[in-house]
Design a protein around this ligand. Structure first.
Ligand code: PLP
Length: 393
């Protein structure tokens, strides 16, 4: 069966020397799924009641997907009621953080069928992260089976207001129970989901992180792995205690050039052009970042990817060359930044808020939520076979 998507394939060479070549058109074939649907799913769905306020990532869909890797091969996938996972207390994930994850959304706004946005890019990034963490790659058909079956089963719970979605969290963990460094030989790939609102609505104040690093030179910054987020938590707490929303991370070698926020990428409007930090091995190659770049160019903006020294940006804000800045990510979509501040309280206020950001957010959401034509081929409906599996189960 042909999976009807022409998607950006991200080709990375070895992780140390990341070559980002985007937009290779591929035709991906998905094989007929033989996922097992657990008989407890109907009861789990029947027992679910959604709260009135969703928030982001707070409400969990009562279903999940799991496929295990052992003896050098991925086994058969299973859709299960949401449940605890039992692991050996010596499992590699618990001691050596052998874990990778992704975040993407299924949308169901004014459409009978849910749709994804660039899911194969998430698949590709998951495998990039897995290679970095010495984990097996997950085949595209299993990745698609996992997110599709969870989405099809969760269909009645997917919120339908603009900006809302089913947030999907695929992740892989190393299970081998043996103390001492070294990769696992057994893994689980799991997909859970959360009916959600947008992660952050409104303006964001960001604090420049001048001391800590979320990722080291030669470290794992470009991989989506839990350790990077663990390393960012102390800064996030400090930042929030001071009344800011996100830490703005600088390059770990010189602490000079802007990289990203703790869960989003950044853009600044400077002299009418959109500038964003050039990708490096120490920060995450956001799929929204790439979408914003392509969409902005499509709308006629000049987009510049370059090394962006923080001092230069602050001077540009002061002089009025930089009037607007925004963050972007799957969870946050596109969110305006109102202030960039130092820990001593010096704040650099952006004079314009949510003008270009709003235009790009609307443009992106119109495509993601399928209100408009998708000239990039980014969206795709959940395959019919997964709805049929869900019905049969
Ligand atoms: C550290 C970090 N940077 C950037 C992003 C944005 O990436 P994406 O647009 O693929 O969600 C995320 C979110 O996943 C993130 O966690």
């Amino acid at each position: 069966m042909s999976f009807g998507i022409h998607c950006s394939l991200v080709v990375n060479s070895v992780w140390e020397n990341i070559e980002f070549s985007l937009d290779k058109q591929i035709d991906f074939k998905i094989v007929m799924s033989n996922c097992i649907i657990d008989s407890g799913i109907a009861a789990a769905m029947a027992g679910f009641s959604a709260p009135t306020s969703l928030g982001f990532g707070q409400v969990k869909s009562p279903v999940m997907y799991r496929v295990d890797y052992r003896d050098g091969a991925w086994q058969q996938g299973r859709a299960l009621p949401y449940q605890n996972i039992e692991i050996d207390p010596a499992a590699k994930v618990l001691h050596y953080a052998q874990e990778v994850f992704e975040g993407l959304k299924a949308y169901k706004i004014d459409n009978p069928r849910a749709n994804f946005f660039r899911p194969l890019d998430n698949h590709d990034r998951l495998n990039f992260s897995a290679r970095r963490m010495c984990m097996p790659e997950i085949p595209a058909d299993l990745f698609m089976e996992g997110i599709s079956v969870v989405t099809a089963l969760s269909e009645p719970l997917i919120p339908t207001q603009a900006g809302q979605s089913l947030y999907l969290r695929p992740f892989m963990i190393g299970l081998t129970g043996a103390l001492g460094m070294g990769p696992s030989s057994e893994y689980a790939f799991i997909v859970i989901a959360s009916p959600s609102e947008a992660y952050h609505a409104g303006e964001m104040k960001v604090l420049i992180e001048r001391e800590g690093c979320r990722a080291a030179v030669g470290g794992t910054g470009a991989a989506k792995t839990g350790g990077n987020y663990a390393a960012a938590t102390e800064s996030a707490q400090r930042t929030q205690a001071m009344g800011y929303h996100q830490s703005l991370w600088l390059d770990p070698r010189n602490m000079k050039d802007i990289e990203e926020l703790s869960g989003m990428n950044v853009f600044a409007l400077i002299d009418g052009e959109l500038h964003t930090p050039r990708l490096t091995p120490s920060f995450l190659k956001g799929i929204t970042r790439d979408s914003v770049i392509q969409l902005a160019r499509h709308k006629g903006y000049e987009v510049v990817e370059r090394t962006m020294p923080i001092e230069e940006l602050l001077a540009d804000i002061k002089s009025g060359s930089c009037v607007e800045a925004f963050a972007c990510g799957t969870a946050a979509i596109v969110s305006p930044i109102s202030d960039i501040a130092e820990a001593d309280g010096t704040a650099y206020e952006l004079s314009q808020s949510d003008v270009v950001a709003a235009e790009l957010r609307r443009g992106l959401l119109d495509i993601q939520e399928r209100r408009t034509e998708d000239p990039f081929g980014w969206t795709s409906e959940v395959e019919d076979q997964f709805y049929q599996l869900a019905l049969a189960g």
